[in-house]
Ligand binder design. Structure first.
Ligand code: PLP
Length: 375
């Protein structure tokens, strides 16, 4: 029996482990020089734009909304297919998430529906670059300009992706990154906001530390009752080690994804993801099961793959069907593509430490399970 193959796994190199040990011995553990260095390195990666880190992308997204002044009475357009953080952060500001459907193939926001959903209360739009495939940002920013909307990009899955040759984060309004261990690089937990005016960047700093700023060695001011979401130097040290490897990680992800397509050619037994272009960072390889033609459920598929030593993920259930969002009035049938993806999606293993033989093993197991299960 081969070792269990998870759908994702972070790769931490020995050099980073050594550097973390040095931080632990150094005596400065909370936000300090490593956080500054991580933010500087991220800024350089994003074309010199300002970067402020937080303890999660959930905090990054929430703070980005808050510095735009979004709150009660406001509406934010959000695709119904994403990780639930995308909508939760809007609710937490007191604003209303206004869901729209996604494209079935790209899984990204349907901008015709976004335009139709605008009201006098719409303040912002949150495109999500799902699986690392960038949303149509030219159109997003044209729409935002025409209707004076802020754009908060949920780029949690898109570090290292490019849109029409421009790196995600190197342009645009406020762009939020995640360094959760499942993402393309990790700081264990962590996130960042890229962009913002000098005033907004200052406000981001307040939001992550009690609404407080230091005036001098013996004086500080608390401007509002802020929360706490500052990254630790230990986490930033991990992030710095990961950022050095980001390009190599993403190149490997692209090779592995290409191998899936090559092995399946035109006759895959499930619907493969949109291929995108060379700018896709292949955060996830999410396919759809042909459930109508199968004698088994998705859960039975996941169990059959687990028996073969292969981990399968589900990313994601449609957000509007969660009880937290039904309570806001959302109902089944409103966003058919998001609902269909939510029912049929399966994430196949894809991470930098995977071997080409692992891809072959996954393809073989999927073919076998689905052949046996087809009506
Ligand atoms: C992971 C993720 C988040 C949240 O990131 P955290 O760092 O775990 O808070 C938000 N949106 C999307 C699309 C994600 O994939």
């Amino acid at each position: 029996m081969q070792p269990f193959l998870p759908f994702t796994r972070p790769s931490i190199d020995e050099q980073t482990i050594q550097e973390v040990a040095d931080v632990l011995r150094g005596g400065w553990l909370a936000s300090g020089p490593k956080v500054k260095a991580f933010e500087a390195a991220l800024s350089e990666y994003c074309g010199g734009r300002p970067v402020r880190t937080q303890t999660s992308a959930t905090a990054s997204l929430e703070h980005a909304l808050l510095v735009c002044g979004i709150g009660p009475g406001d509406e934010v357009i959000v695709p119904a297919m994403s990780f639930v953080a995308s909508a939760n952060v809007v609710v937490r500001t007191g604003a209303r998430p206004v869901f729209v459907d996604v494209d079935l193939e790209t899984r990204n926001i349907n901008l015709d529906q976004a335009e139709a959903a605008l009201t006098a209360r719409t303040r912002a739009i949150m495109p999500v670059h799902l699986c690392g495939l960038p949303a149509d940002l030219d159109r997003v920013y044209r729409l935002a300009e025409r209707h004076r909307l802020r754009v908060i990009e949920d780029a949690a899955q898109a570090i290292g992706s490019s849109y029409r040759g421009r790196r995600i984060g190197s342009f645009g309004d406020l762009v939020c990154l995640s360094f959760h261990p499942n993402k393309n690089i990790t700081s264990i937990e962590g996130g960042a906001v890229v962009g913002g005016s000098p005033e907004e960047v200052h406000e981001l700093e307040l939001h992550r530390f009690h609404g407080q700023s230091r005036i001098s060695a013996d004086e500080c001011e608390t401007h509002f009752a802020g929360g706490k979401a500052n990254l630790s130097d230990v986490a930033a040290c991990v992030g710095l080690g990961q950022l050095r490897q980001l390009e190599a990680f993403n190149a490997r992800r692209r090779e592995l994804a290409a191998r899936y397509f090559e092995l399946w050619g035109e006759d895959a037994p499930l619907t493969l993801p949109a291929r995108g272009d060379a700018g896709h960072n292949w955060h996830m390889f999410a396919a759809r099961l042909p459930l109508a033609r199968l004698r088994i459920s998705r859960l039975e598929f996941i169990e059959a793959m687990a028996v073969r030593g292969i981990g399968i993920g589900v990313h994601y259930p449609a957000m509007h069907l969660f009880s937290a969002y039904r309570a806001l009035g959302y109902r089944e049938g409103q966003f058919p593509n998001a609902e269909r993806i939510g029912r049929e999606t399966v994430t196949l293993p894809l991470f930098p430490a995977m071997r080409m033989e692992d891809v072959e093993r996954v393809v073989g197991a999927v073919n076998e399970v689905l052949r046996e299960a087809t009506r």
